[in-house]
Write a protein that binds this ligand. Structure first.
Ligand SMILES: Nc1ncnc2c1ncn2[C@@H]1O[C@H](COP(=O)(O)OP(=O)(O)OP(=O)(O)O)[C@@H](O)[C@H]1O
Length: 379
């Protein structure tokens, strides 16, 4: 999480003339591309980012997804200019804004930042909070811009209220309005929905996405929640231990994960061993996929829980249900199978497996099978 407030400038650094003309258009930014070019960062000899190359295209919503401590917030801090990377370059619309020989100050980048805790000033009215980033405009113009930004998030009627009088969802929208008012060419958002309760999240996410699209700013959103990244991102960059694991659309990362880590981030998985035999990958559940690798090659076979079907087909292997849990729309079933060290978990539509049933036939949906050849030494 970012712990310090940075004031975004009113004008994008690289297109100030265009941006000034854009003021006549209601609340629209000139989107820029933002490129991390082989960016590394070390603190006290510890590598936090390890050569990340990644570009957000103009107007794109790019999600940075990864577990806690993977380096997502550090990437935002570097993009905002709060932190200066120790290696590589940062380019805005192809122009270097941070690198070995150049460092553009945060307030001159035209990059906005929205914080996890919204960082609203408690002693200022909502209007003053939103107006805060508009120092380049005179009083009347700044007020008009701020009110128009508040109208965009549907909260102009509470301009004179104070932050403590608002709900979490309203505070989030005020923070969004404040971040967008200077019309940044790129908006960085650090876990912008994590403080909201789950019922509110859905609505606020949808609204935020719509406002981002209307503003046309390029957005980079940090999250550790794969589903959130899939809902929001045009593309998703998966980060682990300071390195980029994979970047692509939600469908690409879900359907063709680069490795087991990526697969496990997007789906709950059963992991079983497999071995190549006569062009097929054979497991205790039978053959699960084709392979061109030679006989004896070892695989880790990842089965999504949704792809483990019970009693659906006449042929399969026999198993015994050893536990079941009702999860609303689905039942989570645990099934012991001969030859497998750990029982399989299955997600079935609630009620589709009769409650008193214990012995079942297990089959696998090939769409939910992802196989990874084991590196030698993995055995
Ligand atoms: N200034 C610093 N000094 C030392 N270590 C740091 C510093 N900033 C970040 N780190 C370390 O770098 C790693 C990456 O931190 P970062 O906050 O970027 O991760 P993150 O993916 O955003 O995690 P989270 O979701 O928990 O915020 C962590 O191990 C963190 O402790």
């Amino acid at each position: 999480m970012i712990g310090r407030f940075v004031r975004a400038t009113a004008l994008p650094v690289s297109a100030s003339g265009d941006a000034a003309r854009a003021r006549t258009r209601a609340g629209v930014s000139f989107a820029a591309s933002l490129r991390f070019d082989d960016v590394s960062h070390s603190v006290d000899g510890t590598a936090i980012l390890k050569g990340i190359t990644l570009e957000a295209a103009p107007g794109e919503v790019l999600c940075l997804l990864g577990p806690s401590g993977s380096g997502k917030t550090t990437m935002l801090r570097i993009a905002a200019g709060i932190e200066r990377q120790t290696g590589g370059r940062l380019l805005l619309n192809g122009r270097e804004i941070a690198g070995p020989t150049r460092f553009v100050a945060p307030e001159r980048r035209g990059i906005g930042l929205m914080f996890q805790d919204f960082a609203l000033f408690p002693h200022m009215t909502i209007l003053d909070n939103v107006r805060f980033g508009l120092s380049a405009l005179n009083g009347g113009a700044a007020k008009r811009e701020a009110l128009s930004a508040l109208a965009r998030v549907g909260l102009d009627h509470i301009a004179d209220s104070y932050p403590h009088m608002l709900s979490g969802g309203e505070q989030q929208r005020i923070a969004l309005a404040r971040a967008l008012t200077p019309r940044p060419s790129v908006l960085l958002m650090d876990e912008p929905f994590s403080g909201l309760d789950s019922r509110l999240k859905d609505v606020v996410r949808t609204d935020t996405l719509q406002i981002l699209r209307e503003s046309r700013a390029t957005a980079i959103i940090v999250t550790h929640d794969a589903e959130e990244a899939m809902r929001l991102g045009d593309r998703i960059a998966l980060i682990k231990d300071g390195a980029l694991v994979q970047v692509g659309t939600a469908a690409e990362l879900y359907g063709r994960p680069a490795n087991l880590f990526a697969a496990g981030f997007f789906s709950e998985l059963n992991l079983i061993d497999g071995e190549a035999l006569g062009g097929r990958i054979v497991t205790p559940l039978g053959p699960v996929a084709d392979t061109t690798l030679s006989d004896g090659t070892l695989f880790t076979v990842a089965l999504r829980l949704t792809g483990v079907r019970l009693n659906e087909r006449p042929n399969g292997v026999f198993g015994r249900i050893v536990a079941r849990r009702f999860l609303g729309g689905v039942d989570l079933l645990t099934v012991a199978i001969e030859g497998l060290d750990a029982p399989l978990r299955s997600r079935m539509r609630a009620g589709s497996v009769p409650e008193n049933l214990q012995d079942v036939v297990v089959s696998i949906d090939p769409q939910d099978v992802i196989v990874f050849a084991k590196a030698s030494g993995d055995r």
